[in-house]
Design a protein around this ligand. Structure first.
Ligand code: UD1
Ligand code: MG
Length: 488
């Protein structure tokens, strides 16, 4: 049992079904409670991984997280996750999530898994069953399915598949009613030809689930308790089962191996790419673009190939991003150009600034309007004012630069004494000559100037020239070394 939210979610169960008829025709939809049972106990053998399958990521987020996010769109709902293999790791990873975990020690089938959750299902609720390894289920589809169950006892998400192998087949009567689901391994040859399949997602009133689940046995080829047997039981009790179809097939794709994981990832990324294209951002190649978090963008942006966006990234408008850039948790202003092979994390880039190629902006970098970070420059907790430039081969860390500062090639802020970090403060209109080392703490006042090749350990005042290098001397009559005679 998960420790996180058990106390809040534990609800006494009741086997008393005397109130059952009152459930039908629920008037006020908003008042209906929904208990969402998410199946996540399977081993995921085909992933060949020590990581539990549902912790593998699509778009940077664990599979289970995708499902929980979709589940959270249902009003008045609670989520109950059935875990077995890797339970501890899963519970640990989702400790901060508002959901209840229940254990299924032995995986005896999908009906058995749902049974494990049953004591926590509220009697007056409707129950939605989702699979944690089917990550892209759409909230609109869930709403349709729940709407269908509100007017009956059970609804089922089905889909037509060109290749239905492995799936449970939807067996319909001549009049088109769903009669049963037959698992692939139990199907007769004529049933194997059926192309309408069970996605696994279903909704049912708690009352009927509680009444019918105990009727399921494991008399089948896999000796498992099949949740899908509910359909035949419903029919035997004179009920109809409604079917609902998803908006797209990708919603129902399950992940069993790494090939399927990569296919779902690509399909998901393509959806994001299309959304971005439709919103006015051009992509050099929608198939070579990855968002592992959220990306919001204005219009008329251009993103070249192989860019990866992580965390929450915000792009303004008229932004150009060159190939092979990695941008995480950052805000990029209007008209910014990020040139090829730049890495930007937790930074704020002001309008019309220019970054790269081959720049690395680490956390806490803030670039003012029209500023420039050039090639092979690393910054960390560095603030640049308007129009300031660090054009080549420099390290600027724990530093605040005013407006219109020019930092020459090869300049380094020596911010670390081996124990503590120190600050470099540079005013407006400061010029730092190439190959200077600024040993912090240090202040270069407005309009000061640093001679190239200086090592500065003292601050420089306004309009002073700081020279921190040995005085040049020229030795006349210098004879350059000659090559020694080589012995034979
Ligand atoms: C199930 C359906 C099948 C459907 C298919 C869609 C049944 C009997 N069959 O088959 O009709 O077409 O999904 O993908 O339901 N799980 C547990 N505990 C268990 C068994 C499974 O938590 O004891 C979980 C798995 O981790 C997985 C999900 O339930 O997330 C489905 O189980 P799986 O074994 O993949 O079922 P299928 O045979 O694919
Ligand atoms: Mg499966």
């Amino acid at each position: 049992m998960g420790t996180c939210f058990f106390a809040r979610l534990a609800v006494p169960s009741s086997d008393n079904l005397s109130w059952l008829p009152r459930l039908t025709g629920v008037g006020n939809e908003a008042m209906v409670n929904t208990d969402i049972v998410i199946l996540a106990a399977g081993k995921g053998t085909r992933m060949r991984s020590s990581l539990p399958k549902v912790l593998h990521a699509v778009a940077g987020k664990p599979l289970l997280k995708h499902v929980l996010t979709a589940a959270r769109t249902v009003p008045n709902a609670r989520q109950i996750v059935v875990v077995g293999h890797g339970a501890e790791r899963i519970e640990q990873a989702f400790c901060a999530d508002d959901c209840l975990f229940v254990q299924q020690a032995e995986q005896l089938g999908t009906a058995h898994a749902v049974q494990m959750a049953l004591t926590h299902v509220r009697d007056n609720a409707r129950v939605l069953v989702l699979y944690a390894d089917v990550p892209l289920i759409n909230p609109q589809t869930i709403a349709k399915l729940l709407d269908a169950v509100s007017h009956g006892q059970m609804s089922l998400l089905t889909i037509e598949r060109e290749d239905p192998s492995g799936y449970g087949r939807i067996v319909r009567s001549q009049s088109g009613e769903i009669d049963a689901i037959v698992e692939h391994k139990d199907a007769r040859p004529d049933q194997l030809d059926i192309t309408e399949v069970n996605t696994g997602v279903l909704a049912i009133t708690a009352a009927h689930l509680k009444a019918w689940l105990p009727l399921i046995n494991n008399q089948n080829s896999q000796k498992e308790y099949y949740l899908t047997d509910l359909i035949a039981i419903a029919r035997a009790h004179g009920h109809t089962v409604k079917s609902v179809q998803p908006l797209s097939q990708i919603e129902t794709e399950g992940i069993n191996d790494r090939l399927q994981l990569s296919q779902v990832e690509r399909a998901y990324q393509l959806q994001l790419a299309h959304t971005l294209l439709n919103a006015g951002t051009s992509l050099a190649d929608p198939a070579r673009f990855d968002v592992r978090g959220t990306l919001s963008a204005g219009t008329d942006n251009f993103i070249d190939v192989n860019c990866v966006f992580e965390g929450d990234v915000v792009l303004g408008s008229d932004v150009i991003i060159g190939p092979n850039c990695s941008i995480s948790g950052s805000v990029i202003g209007d008209g910014v150009e990020i040139k090829a092979n730049s890495v930007i994390e937790s930074s704020i880039i002001g309008d019309q600034a220019s970054v790269g190629p081959f720049a690395r902006l680490r956390a806490g970098t803030q670039l003012g309007k029209g500023s420039k970070i050039g090639n092979f420059v690393e910054t960390k907790k560095a603030q640049l004012g308007k129009g300031s430039k660090v054009s080549h081969l420099s390290y600027v860390g724990d530093a605040k630069l005013g407006d219109h500062v020019n930092i020459g090639a090869g300049t380094i802020t020596c911010n670390y004494d081996g124990v503590n970090k120190h600050q470099t403060t540079i005013g407006h209109h400061v010029f730092v000559g190439s190959n200077s080392t600024l040993v912090s703490p240090l202040t270069l006042a407005d309009g000061s100037f640093v001679a190239a090749g200086s090592t500065l350990t003292r601050s420089v005042d306004e309009r002073e020239l700081g020279v921190g290098r040995a005085k040049q001397r020229n030795i006349s009559g210098w004879t350059p070394p000659r090559e020694k005679h080589k012995r034979d």
